[in-house]
Design a protein around this ligand. Structure first.
Ligand code: HAM
Length: 453
């Protein structure tokens, strides 16, 4: 009853919010008997896609682990306040993209996480992981933003992100950029470019903001509606506009780069030197400001031109003030997040993530007792680290062998009456010439592991 009430409240309130912010898309529940579809902008991953996703995450996680990053898992729901305080009240995400609802039982406002950094810092503080012990962490999972769906932009999308908390030097910014560069290389993504900027310290940003507001006020008549709305709330974001009519105006606007504080300028020089040492190419884009308020100093984006409008595959930067802002003792930090759907789009058709999982062996069997022996042998082979499929659904050996072939397995393991009687297994290579042999289970395991016959 209680649970039902929560769920009903969740659905109604989430729907209310979506309907309010997007009345044209307001939908009613389908009548009984009609086919239900997934929520717009939220996708199913069918087995082959899920496998590619899993492999991609495993690959990125292993690279992150090789740089000393450890996994952190946080809930998909957080208190709304966390995102308002960190991402910023007058950002697109908080103003119009969050899935927010009220928990009817205690009146709390909750939000499906639109990103991972805020929760990561919250968890680090809540569990006291930090002091004297800087943390390199990574996380992965679904994020939710109520944006207009298109290729590469979804309402439920997935990020893998990394955060280095308690590190102030440009060496960590550089390390994170090198991690990304290593990932793109290992995934065969060569058409990816890096854009960098420095947002300076809060005082430099405040000075820049004043000059920016004065400048745009002088050109008020040239601003579009969005620009006028942002002029006094978030003028920095005007620099980010995609409106071609504003490009000249924005190009001539006061630049933060010209008024960086000495320390931020030195930090930025340090980062650029390290990137040059490592042979990483980049362009400094003075208009790169990012859509979340928590950044200072370094910000960066990796962009692919093969994805159309949604070309940013990874983005991040420094957020030295966030830990303190969330109630902790000041600790510098830097991080990035990769949009996994966008990487998967770029990898479509590439061998880096093969489409089918290739099992080491496919076990065919005939007869009651053989079925039990087959199941037990497969379990033992799995214990030894091999991926093994056991045929299901009966049928003649010939048709089972066809399935074995279609599975992509390197070997067929055959269990018939004679194998059961001998206490051994038949093993036949499927991808290279070779006769069927009668072998003990250990010998079969060695062959699956690559030992020659
Ligand atoms: P963000 O730029 O909002 O940054 O998102 C990072 C990446 O997530 C984007 O570059 C993009 O690849 C992907 N992404 C964002 N929105 C969508 C969407 N609607 N559909 C598909 N992919 C999307 C952050 O989220 C920061 N937390 C990154 C960070 C970590 N900064 C410091 N640490």
């Amino acid at each position: 009853m209680r649970r039902q009430a929560i769920l009903t409240g969740f659905v109604q309130l989430a729907c209310n919010r979506v309907h309010r912010s997007c009345p044209a898309r307001a939908r009613t529940f389908s009548p009984m008997g009609s086919t239900l579809q997934a929520v717009r902008g939220m996708n199913d991953l069918l087995p082959a896609q899920a496998l590619r996703y899993r492999r991609l995450v495993a690959h990125i996680a292993s690279v992150l682990a090789s740089y000393g990053y450890h996994e952190l898992r946080t809930p998909v729901l957080e208190r709304t306040e966390l995102f308002v305080r960190t991402i910023g009240e007058v950002t697109d995400i908080v103003e119009k993209e969050m899935y927010t609802f009220r928990d009817e039982l205690n009146g709390e406002s909750l939000t499906l996480r639109p990103e991972g950094t805020a929760a990561c810092v919250r968890a680090v503080l809540e569990h006291n992981l930090l002091y004297g012990n800087p943390q390199r962490l990574w996380y992965e999972g679904p994020m939710f933003r109520h944006e207009r769906p298109q290729k590469g932009r979804y309402r439920q999308f997935h990020q893998i992100g990394a955060e280095a908390i308690g590190f102030g030097g440009p060496d960590v910014d550089a390390e994170q950029i090198l991690i990304c560069a290593r990932l793109w290389r290992s995934l065969g993504l060569s058409q990816v470019r890096l854009e960098l900027n420095s947002l300076g310290d809060p005082a430099a940003r405040a000075r820049h903001r004043e000059l920016l507001v004065a400048y745009f006020e002088r050109h008020h008549d040239q601003l579009d509606e969005d620009g006028r709305r942002r002029l006094h709330t978030n003028p920095l974001r005007i620099l980010d506009t995609k409106n071609p009519a504003l490009q000249d105006l924005v190009e001539a606007a006061p630049r933060l780069a010209d008024m960086l504080d000495t320390e931020s300028a030195a930090h930025f020089d340090g980062l650029r030197e390290r990137l040059a040492d490592a042979g990483i190419e980049f362009t400094v884009n003075p208009r790169l400001v990012r859509g979340l308020d928590y950044y200072n100093r370094t910000v960066f984006e990796w962009i692919s031109d093969d994805l159309g409008a949604q070309g940013t595959i990874c983005a991040g930067g420094r957020y030295d003030g966030l830990v303190e802002q969330l109630g902790g003792r000041a600790a510098a930090a830097c991080g990035f997040a990769i949009g996994l759907e966008r990487i998967l789009l770029l990898l479509e058709g590439k061998p880096a993530l093969a489409d089918v999982q290739t099992p080491a062996a496919y076990v065919v069997h005939h007869g009651e007792e053989a079925a039990r022996v087959a199941a037990a042998a497969a379990e033992r082979l799995r214990d030894l680290g091999h991926a093994v499929i056991v045929h299901g659904g009966g049928g003649k050996f010939a048709s089972q062998m066809k399935r074995a072939d279609a599975s992509g397995a390197r070997f067929a393991v055959i269990v018939g009456e004679s194998e059961v009687a001998a206490g051994k297994l038949g093993l036949k290579p499927l991808r290279e010439p070779g006769e069927q042999q009668l072998l003990a289970l250990d010998a079969v395991a060695r062959r699956l592991a690559g030992d020659p016959a």
